[in-house]
Design a protein around this ligand. Structure first.
Ligand SMILES: Cc1ncc(COP(=O)(O)O)c(C=O)c1O
Length: 368
């Protein structure tokens, strides 16, 4: 067992919640509508807007990150629309699959190997040739550890294309500047760097996309995953500005997590993520292991590295769980023998990172 006396989630999500999130989770259950709830909801939305870096629309989706991304794609794509996917990795590949299910003609611009950023010249050229209706980027690709340059990419997006960004593993850890980066749809996440609890996903929508999904001008293609319906409910049910129920417990948990971030100061939270990430990445390299993304293009929320052939990822993971109940992940999603350590939100903290690395050192020694 570890010194915390409970499982320690050093996987790249779900991550350990901030203590205030757990307190929020067990507050008395209230209706998910009405004056009191709306006051809480609106103040949380205002704070989430700051984390997204937007003055435009922010809402909460009662479901997973994937479903929220699917909502963006359902709302934008008509059959045979061209949609461009940036880079490669488990999650961007999944979004391409979703777009294909919805009838899009898809293309992908990606480097040859995992762990690199997209080549901006190639991306710009492809955009000029294909003129895609939407361009989809995963900011922090949790499967490879690459942090894409959403600002540089934003400069390549034509005025009539929609820019969709998955911020699932950067939301709450990094400045996202959605308005400055001209993002049309951005998906956050509750239980990675935000330090809340899974099941309620924040997302932002630009005025331009909100206008595009205007229910007076466009019919919805689904109920629960079409922004058109979301907008209809915001307009006709101001006391319940979402089409379905949302969980008050999860909202209170998110309120607690965001309060934690406000108290610490968002700048300090961002710095803490970078500081801890550098520490972990130094440790990995000092121990002769190879990071998959180069430092300059690495996300500060996850460290992703290869293992030499004689060390098996699953054996190391099992050792950490059975001896210490510390959970880390492998890189099997991208077919490589390696490990991923999450240090996001509450776990971007030496209190958690040091025992994890000590346990990992021991596991490597025993397996080697
Ligand atoms: C970058 C990224 N996008 C999307 C997802 C999918 O989120 P969910 O499992 O909630 O659908 C994940 C999950 O880890 C992720 O890391």
């Amino acid at each position: 067992m570890n010194k915390f006396g409970k499982p320690l989630l050093m996987i790249p999500g779900p991550s350990e919640p901030y203590p205030e999130a757990l307190t929020g989770l067990i507050e008395p259950i209230t209706p998910h509508y009405g004056d009191d709830f709306l006051e809480l909801y609106n103040s949380l939305i205002d704070d989430l807007k700051k984390l997204f870096g937007t003055k435009q629309h922010v809402h909460l989706y009662p479901g997973t990150g994937t479903a929220t991304m699917e909502m963006a794609l359902t709302s934008i794509i008509e059959k045979d629309d061209v949609v461009l996917f940036v880079n490669k990795g488990f999650f961007i590949d999944r979004f391409r699959e979703i777009a294909e299910i919805h009838g899009a003609k898809t293309h992908q611009v990606a480097p040859d190997r995992y762990g690199e950023r997209v080549d901006l010249d190639e991306l710009g050229y492809t955009i000029d040739v294909l003129k895609p209706k939407a361009i989809v980027v995963v900011h922090s690709e949790t499967s490879t550890g690459v942090l894409e340059d959403i600002n540089a990419i934003s400069k390549l997006i034509p005025d009539d294309s929609f820019y969709i960004v998955d911020f699932v593993s950067s939301f709450g850890a990094l400045e996202l500047n959605c308005d400055h980066n001209r993002i049309d749809f951005g998906v956050g996440y509750p239980s990675k760097a935000l330090g809340a609890v899974n099941g309620l996903t924040p997302f932002m929508v630009s005025d331009r996309l909100w206008e595009y999904v205007n229910p007076k001008e466009r019919d919805p293609k689904a109920f629960s995953i079409d922004l058109n319906v979301y907008r209809r409910f915001v307009e006709i049910w101001p006391m319940h500005p979402y089409p379905t129920s949302i969980s008050p417990n999860l909202l209170n948990a998110m309120r607690g997590a965001v309060n934690h971030i406000k108290r610490e100061g968002f700048r300090n939270v961002v710095e803490r993520h970078y500081m801890v990430s550098e520490f972990v990445k130094d440790w990995i390299e000092d121990n002769g292991l190879e990071l998959i993304p180069r430092r300059e293009v690495s996300t500060p929320t996850v460290s992703v590295f290869k293992l030499p052939k004689h060390l098996e990822a699953n054996k190391i993971i099992d050792y950490l769980i059975s001896k210490y109940r510390i959970y880390i992940s492998s890189t099997w999603l991208i077919g490589i023998n390696g490990l991923r350590i999450g240090h996001m939100g509450a776990t971007a903290n030496m209190i958690y990172v040091i025992p994890t690395l000590e346990a990992l050192r021991e596991a490597i020694k025993k397996s080697g």
